[in-house]
Design a protein around this ligand. Sequence first.
Ligand SMILES: Cc1cc2nc3c(=O)[nH]c(=O)nc-3n(C[C@H](O)[C@H](O)[C@H](O)COP(=O)(O)OP(=O)(O)OC[C@H]3O[C@@H](n4cnc5c(N)ncnc54)[C@H](O)[C@@H]3O)c2cc1C
Length: 293
Amino acid sequence: MKPAPFRYVAPTTINDAVRQIAEFGYDAKILAGGQSLIPTMNFRLAQPQVLIDLNGVGELAFLETSPAGGLRIGAMTRQRTIERSALVAKNAPLLHATMPHIAHVQIRNRGTVGGSLAHADPAAELPAVMVALAARFKLRSVRGERWVPADQFYLDLFTTALEPDELIFEIEVPPPPPRTGWSIQELARRRGDYALVGLAATVQLDETGRCSNARLIYLSVGAGPTPAPAAAAMLLGKTPDAALTLEAARAAAHQDIEPMADIHATAAYRRQLVAVLGQRALREAFARAKESS
Ligand SMILES: Cc1cc2nc3c(=O)[nH]c(=O)nc-3n(C[C@H](O)[C@H](O)[C@H](O)COP(=O)(O)OP(=O)(O)OC[C@H]3O[C@@H](n4cnc5c(N)ncnc54)[C@H](O)[C@@H]3O)c2cc1C
């Protein structure tokens, strides 16, 4: 398969990149790792007139501690860089633990954090993880910069808050608050496949051991990262135990999530996974939160 003809431009600075994005607008596509875009172009599902390659823009590839003690990640940071980073393991262990679930090493060598977040595949792990971590994204255009919280970035299926002249410049992950725990759970038919269902969970305990915050963000069950607010509300103010985590996971499956059927799984099977993975995630996340107390 070959893509339709296109013009190729390769800016080397962020200012040039945003100028070209503004100039070509809807006719252009940004090329990051190419792991989603190039197959789409080869199938001719995408036929951009112009490809704006960000691989030469060094200003977009950085990974460092944020002033608050979390992380600042440049959009062109490779997924494999995140996976191999001791800094990420320390400052954002949920993000670090997620990386091996994404595709295969060869894809993670090229695939970027910004590319995955902008692509907004409802089965992708990184969008759900960024919502669970309360991350925010810095968007850049010739008009300037703006920050968008991850939970306001995903609008619909493959649809984000990005305007046609904007790119993701940076991702900021806050440091984990005290007494927090996390878990990433998913079931895929084969290691490296997209998950049939998955979730990223973060929880926090107060000084008395009661749950003071909980985020359960599912993937592969809706148009984008899908929260489970009824389950989270059930946990608040309570001391977590096996009965409570089971009750909350059931609430996620029966009140919060309306999974769809497709060629890979029935809706009923996905609903069952929502409950099973939800319970596993909450157990693990609360155990980690207790350990860190
Ligand atoms: C076989 C296979 C299996 C995979 N399995 C998984 C999986 O299990 N889980 C998973 O999450 N992903 C999976 N992926 C996708 C992979 O993670 C991709 O790397 C990712 O979705 C896109 O990242 P990229 O850097 O390659 O972006 P590209 O393919 O280059 O771009 C993707 C889209 O994002 C836009 N874009 C890129 N960067 C920016 C930016 N900075 N600002 C604005 N828009 C931008 C592009 O214009 C394009 O529309 C798989 C891919 C393959 C080929």
